[in-house]
Design a protein around this ligand. Structure first.
Ligand SMILES: Nc1ncnc2c1ncn2[C@@H]1O[C@H](COP(=O)(O)OP(=O)(O)OP(=O)(O)O)[C@@H](O)[C@H]1O
Ligand SMILES: [Mg+2]
Length: 248
């Protein structure tokens, strides 16, 4: 395989704009997400990060622009068709079946596959994210952090090529966040593309290969963690505030 084909993007967003009743949530957003990399998407509250995830996963139709997955234009495809192409996501506000057990939630992800998951098992996936002890607990009784990990296990049930995670560390303590960071690196090292929205800046700077910064619906910077940390525009828009414990 040439180095070019190894790094050709799994996801390409081109010129995406979304408005809500005259308010511009995204303006001409373009970005690439590559296999084997953890890409961070950061920016202040209301910058448009979740809206962009909704556009990528097919829950929000853009007013303008295009989304390509594995080289194919999916702009008009619904979420299930995109999942079949290898796109999985987790949600900022968890979306699990609260009355079912952790295992049953992950099993639902496996059952949605044509091959019913092949070699993957619900127990194996729960083990991979470190919550196997909670397999039989009803999800509505789990602490948020553990429920997030169950949601990640369910996302992994489709054996995704691209996984989008919206604030996966919120509700996790520092130790759990570290473990999750290690797991996301592993997923990338297996050749998957990982796109993560996260406000935990030390973690983002530690695990990401590349970081994209959104501010008021526009990409204001893209680069390595070091380049982003030193970017004066990013400092002003986000990092200064995020690093100031008095600011939140
Ligand atoms: N369904 C909607 N209807 C109207 N406005 C919306 C809708 N969804 C998002 N918005 C607005 O679009 C903008 C971007 O919101 P979005 O949730 O994408 O931001 P975010 O970067 O994910 O923020 P946060 O860090 O707080 O999660 C905000 O001004 C928000 O109020
Ligand atoms: Mg959000």
């Amino acid at each position: 395989m040439s180095s070019d084909s190894m790094t050709s993007p799994f996801l390409e967003v081109r010129g995406v704009s979304v408005t809500f009743g005259g308010v511009a949530a995204l303006t001409q957003v373009s970005l690439d997400v590559r296999p084997g990399e953890v890409t961070g998407l950061i920016g202040p509250n209301g910058a448009g990060k979740t809206t962009l995830f909704n556009v990528i996963s097919g829950l929000q139709r853009p007013d303008k622009g295009e989304v390509q997955l594995v080289g194919r234009d999916v702009t008009k495809l619904g979420p299930h068709r995109r999942a079949r192409l290898g796109l999985a996501r987790t949600f900022q506000r968890l979306e699990l079946f609260g009355s079912l057990s952790a295992r049953e939630n992950v099993q639902a992800g496996l059952d949605a596959r044509r091959d019913k998951g092949g070699d993957l098992t619900a127990q194996g996936l729960l083990h991979r994210v470190g919550v196997q002890a909670d397999a039989d607990r009803q999800v509505s009784t789990l602490p948020t952090g553990e429920a997030r990990l169950v949601e990640l296990a369910r996302a992994l049930a489709i054996d995704p090529k691209l996984i989008l995670l919206d604030e996966p560390c919120s509700g996790l303590d520092d130790h759990e966040s570290q473990l999750l960071g290690g797991l996301l690196r592993e997923l990338a090292d297996e050749g998957r593309a990982v796109l993560i929205v996260e406000h935990d800046m030390p973690l983002v700077l530690d695990i990401c290969d590349r970081i994209i910064v959104l501010d008021f619906g526009q990409v204001i910077a893209t680069g390595s963690p070091d380049a982003i940390r030193q970017d004066p525009g990013v400092q002003a828009a986000y990092l200064g505030a995020a690093n100031d414990p008095e600011a939140s």
